[in-house]
Design a protein around this ligand. Structure first.
Ligand SMILES: [Zn+2]
Ligand SMILES: [Zn+2]
Length: 270
């Protein structure tokens, strides 16, 4: 889960997201719309009988905020909440497991803030079973072949790897850029990602307000997406002043055609 504003639990129930599957929460910064849902969610997880550890990644202020609340309301819980402090000023590794690594993206906001880059690890190639059967490749060689090695038959014939495997799908990357002023220094970090979420709080007519509050306009989000050559862009975090989002969408589309106007409950396959 990335960020946890008020109402997150309600949305999880509406979307039928299983609470038990949640293992890591990534918090971008300590503004209420990004973290007020945490205490309630953690307390609910306790009541649902969770036992496995929950890791909350975020700026150090997250622990400062959450510890006292948890001491008051979450005593006697069966599971541990571990805080992993993220340095919001550097692009560094936050966590990794077998299939995924997560990196921080330094952002420019009124308080320490970072985004997150989710990068799938390269997968092993797929074995073409008919070919390995044909060459009678022993099981003990399969691991090396999956990792790209050729096969040498007992007679000394070299079977090129390309004949034995199909390449794995290219690893996917998703970048989440939370609240931020227009910040071109993130471009090299997010270059070419499959999907970029970028905040677009304001329309171009409120550019001055965007500067003052360290937010971006929809057009600026689209410029970042275009210059980083991302494959798709989804925008969000719109100011409540706009009843109608068509201006924001149009301004982003003019720079990055196909911009997705993100909204509650939207599901975007990557
Ligand atoms: Zn903020
Ligand atoms: Zn915000």
């Amino acid at each position: 889960m990335i960020d946890c504003g008020e109402g997150t639990q309600v949305q999880m129930r509406n979307m039928r997201v299983r609470f038990g599957r949640l293992a890591h929460i990534f918090i971008s910064h300590l503004h209420g719309d990004h973290c007020f849902g945490l205490p309630g969610l953690i307390s609910t997880l306790g009541m649902l009988g969770r036992t496995g550890e929950l890791v909350v990644h975020g700026p150090k202020e997250v622990e400062t905020y959450l510890r006292p609340v948890m001491d008051l309301f979450c005593r006697g819980m069966e599971f541990d909440v571990r805080f992993n402090t993220v340095d919001t000023r550097s692009h560094s590794l936050v966590m990794e497991d077998r299939s995924l690594s997560v990196w921080s993206i330094p952002l420019k906001h009124r308080i320490p803030t970072c985004g997150y880059l989710f990068a799938e690890k390269p997968k092993e190639a797929h074995i073409i079973r008919e070919m390995t059967d044909f060459y009678q490749v022993p099981v003990r060689c399969m691991k090396d072949i999956k990792q790209g090695q050729d096969y040498v038959t007992p007679e000394g014939e070299v079977i090129p790897n390309a004949r034995l495997t199909r390449p794995a799908a290219t690893p996917k990357r998703y970048a989440f850029c939370s609240d931020t002023a227009y910040n071109r220094s993130i471009i090299p970090i997010i270059e070419g990602v499959d999907l970029l979420y970028h905040e677009a709080t304001f329309a171009e007519c409120d550019l001055a307000r965007a500067k003052e509050t360290f937010h971006s306009t929809a057009r600026q989000a689209a410029e970042i997406a275009r210059d980083a050559q991302v494959k798709r862009l989804v925008i969000g975090h719109y100011s409540a002043r706009y009843d109608d989002l068509t201006d924001l969408h149009r301004e982003a589309e003019a720079v990055f055609p196909g911009t997705i106007l993100g909204n509650e409950g939207m599901v975007i396959p990557v």
